[in-house]
Design a protein. Structure first.
Length: 47
């Protein structure tokens, strides 16, 4: 479990070594991308 936590982001030097760690990393990246997209959209819609 600790490995998954350490490898869930590309900001660390720990690469995913299991399929579970890779899934968590990709899910985290997808969530972060969605948040960024929403934030940019909100900024464009601001008066």
């Amino acid at each position: 479990m600790g490995h998954i936590v350490l490898s869930h982001t590309r900001r660390t030097t720990v690469e995913p070594a299991t399929i579970e760690a890779e899934i968590v990393r990709r899910a985290d990246e997808a969530a972060a991308a969605a948040i960024r997209t929403e934030a940019v959209s909100d900024l464009r819609d601001a008066p």
